[in-house]
Write a protein that binds this ligand. Structure first.
Ligand SMILES: C[S@@+](CC[C@H](N)C(=O)[O-])C[C@H]1O[C@@H](n2cnc3c(N)ncnc32)[C@H](O)[C@@H]1O
Length: 311
């Protein structure tokens, strides 16, 4: 991991504007901070998707039900706390399926495994500690019917429309008739969205700064963490919520024989969290080789889990 981590971090800081890959947020401290974020009053995403799975898992199962052995593969499963609701419902009907959660975070996957083994002892669990893209390649070799889960608005975290390539690759590696259940955060009052990334208690700020701490710890860098500030923005036209860390002074950071200069006010682009309209979702499904089977919304219409069939 350290080699790839170093290469990716150096590549990001060499770019202009500087950027850091958000997939590295989730070390032990980052995974804990994200669990706290999910409980924050401002972070409606988890509550909305939890409500969908709590009230509509039965419908999702009925709409998907392949009537034969199948496999559920989940990309970026995190702690799986919402997925548990869907799996519990499915286990009421059948135990003849495998659940393979994929996550790059070893900590997240260990936490999920512990809690699922305890709470869902009948589940056939196959955790995979890997990157989405490598795990996508593995999908091809599996001949059983698949339901691919991509929950929690993970689909919105790709930079430069990367979700289109990801979903096209997913489509190419599954068979016609396989399913995907994708969680999209919907466009809404921009203030509600911005607050979700700018909580009053400052946990999201810590979550972003934690990546600088991780780089210091694992790569021996000398980021002066308090001299960077979290700066979230939301553009209601593009639907892009973006988070930056802003350098509060001119400063130099050194690690692994590299030197990076930061100017006062210079941003590091940390994360994008894209929001979608219903039309955006329909177009995305059509352009990547899927048709929408059904959309499941929460009561506030803040979030949708969209069930797609590969065509
Ligand atoms: C925003 S959390 C969402 C977790 C979960 N889907 C949910 O809804 O609660 C994103 C998760 O995706 C994982 N992740 C991010 N980028 C990844 C990548 N490229 N490959 C594999 N896992 C990734 C992170 O480690 C983290 O656990």
């Amino acid at each position: 991991m350290t080699d790839t981590f170093l290469v990716d971090i150096v590549a990001g800081l060499t770019r202009s504007p500087k950027t850091l890959p958000s997939m590295y947020f989730y070390n032990k401290a980052g995974s804990k901070l994200f669990q706290t974020i999910m409980q924050l009053p401002e972070y409606y995403l988890t509550k909305s998707e939890y409500e969908i799975l709590d009230t509509q898992s039965k419908d999702i199962y009925n709409d998907f039900n392949p009537h034969k052995k199948f496999e559920i593969v989940e990309f970026g499963a995190g702690d799986g706390s919402k997925t548990k609701l869907l799996l519990k419902e499915i286990l009421n009907h059948t135990e003849d399926f495998i659940y393979s959660p994929v996550d790059i975070s070893d900590t997240a996957l260990k936490g999920l495994t512990q809690s699922f083994e305890k709470e869902l002892p009948k589940l056939n669990l196959n955790p995979i500690n890997d990157d989405y893209f490598s795990a996508l390649d593995e999908l091809k070799s599996k001949s059983t019917t698949k339901l691919v889960l991509f929950m929690g608005s993970n689909v919105g975290n790709f930079k430069d429309d990367g979700e289109i390539d990801f979903l096209k690759k997913m489509r190419a590696n599954i068979r016609g008739g396989d399913f995907a259940l994708i969680g999209f955060d919907l466009k809404k009052d921009p203030r509600i969205i911005l607050d979700a990334y700018n909580d009053k208690s400052g946990v999201t700020r810590e979550f972003n700064l934690n990546l600088l701490r991780r780089i210091n710890e694992e790569l021996g860098a000398d980021f002066d963490v308090p001299s960077y500030e979290h700066y979230p923005t939301y553009n209601p036209i593009s639907g892009e919520a973006s988070s930056y860390l802003i350098s509060l002074k001119d400063q130099t950071v050194r690690f692994s024989d590299k030197v990076f200069e930061f100017k006062y006010g210079e941003p590091i682009f940390m994360e994008i969290s894209k929001k979608y309209s219903d039309t955006d979702i329909t177009e995305l499904a059509e352009s990547t080789g899927f048709e929408i089977v059904k959309n499941y919304y929460d009561c506030k219409h803040y979030f949708v889990d969209s069930l797609w069939r590969a065509i």
